[in-house]
Design a protein around this ligand. Structure first.
Ligand SMILES: Cc1cc2nc3c(=O)[nH]c(=O)nc-3n(C[C@H](O)[C@H](O)[C@H](O)COP(=O)(O)OP(=O)(O)OC[C@H]3O[C@@H](n4cnc5c(N)ncnc54)[C@H](O)[C@@H]3O)c2cc1C
Length: 315
């Protein structure tokens, strides 16, 4: 296998190849990636929701090269002609297996069967074969990389809310949490057959919500609002949706100031940390309930749009 690695870079930015493929369910394909460069993979602490970038091949099957890049990998990638640079998407490290040169990174891909719309990443995953290659940008051991949002600080209770694209992240968070952690995970998936075998720390409860034909996000909305004791409106809100929705205790994509607010309502939200990720409109709707109606402190919640219905991610 050829590599384009520069060992000087603070992150792994290299070609990897498919080592194994497992169809977990109608919607999920698990792909294990290997490559010499992954020997240097590592994060400082638990994986939690560690994200990575994957660059999928161009229509002609080639991958971009970062070999001679003197600038940042993003600039190097953007500097290449669009028809030659492939398609970059964000995914979650579901697990790390092996060690040294046998280190493998596991990614669980959603096939967009239910929505009918597909893109370069899901198309690639649906047809992936052993030995297929793509480019991975991932953390290098001992170097700062970022890409972990889960940060409950001193929270006493955890609320994890995810659609199918964020189920891999929640599954990895659950793998990382010790027994004795208190909280709930609400996981919406397209079909009953997509309920996966996931570790549940003692003290946590996982609630799987197969849509089974219901509108996207409705099972999540109903279950989360019932859990928090909020009356659910009969109809979903019509919302202005930010494609780049990303609001965490440390960052706001809209530039909103993170104010020093107190919890203002009578619900028992004291000590709660909520991590909410999925389709942007669904997350925006939940945000409106939690922050605007329930008065939940912005510092207690991470809201993340992982994808946007009808919109291809920028690449
Ligand atoms: C931090 C982070 C972590 C993520 N982790 C994962 C992960 O581990 N596994 C995973 O599968 N996804 C994950 N995603 C989501 C993934 O990046 C997007 O779904 C991405 O749009 C897929 O790219 P694509 O090329 O298949 O589709 P795009 O080219 O981006 O979009 C093409 C069309 O497909 C639609 N579409 C995109 N995603 C879906 C979907 N899930 N269901 C139905 N229609 C869809 C779009 O609305 C659009 O109409 C993550 C996203 C983020 C931001």
């Amino acid at each position: 296998m050829t590599t384009t690695q520069s060992d000087q870079r603070p992150m792994i930015c290299d070609e990897v190849e498919v080592r194994s493929i497992e169809r977990l369910s109608p919607t999920y394909v698990r792909v294990e990636f290997g490559g010499d460069a992954l020997a240097d993979f590592g994060v400082d602490g638990p994986l939690y929701d560690q994200r990575i970038k994957l660059v999928f091949p161009t229509d002609s099957g080639s991958l971009p090269s970062f070999a001679d890049a003197e600038q940042s990998w993003v600039e190097a990638w953007m500097a290449q002609p669009p028809e030659e640079r492939g398609h970059m998407r964000t995914y979650t490290v579901r697990a790390v297996r092996g060690e040294g040169r046998d280190t493998r990174i596991v990614v669980d891909f959603v096939l967009h069967l239910a929505e009918g719309a597909t893109g370069p990443a899901s198309t690639w995953a649906a047809g992936a074969g052993i030995g297929d290659r793509l480019m991975m940008i991932a953390p290098r051991r001992g170097m700062p990389f970022g890409g972990i949002e889960f940060d409950p600080a001193g929270a006493r209770t955890i609320l994890l809310v995810a659609d199918e694209t964020a189920v891999p992240a929640v599954s990895s968070i659950l793998d990382s949490l010790p027994d004795g952690t208190r909280g709930h995970a609400f996981l919406e998936v397209p079909l009953a057959g997509d309920v996966l075998d996931v570790r549940c720390p003692v003290g946590m409860e996982i609630v799987w919500l197969p849509r089974s034909g219901d509108p996207l996000g409705e099972p999540l909305r109903a279950a989360v609002l019932a859990h928090l004791g909020v009356a659910s409106p009969a109809e979903p809100f019509e919302l202005e949706v930010d494609d780049d929705l990303w609001e965490t205790p440390a960052y706001s994509s809209s530039g909103e100031e993170i104010l020093d607010q107190a919890v203002t309502v009578g619900h028992d939200l004291d000590g709660l940390y909520a991590w909410i990720a999925g389709e942007s409109a669904v997350v925006t709707g939940l945000r409106r309930h939690l922050v605007n109606e329930l008065g939940m402190d912005r510092r207690q919640v991470a809201f993340m749009g992982y994808w946007r219905r009808g919109v291809a991610m920028r690449s």
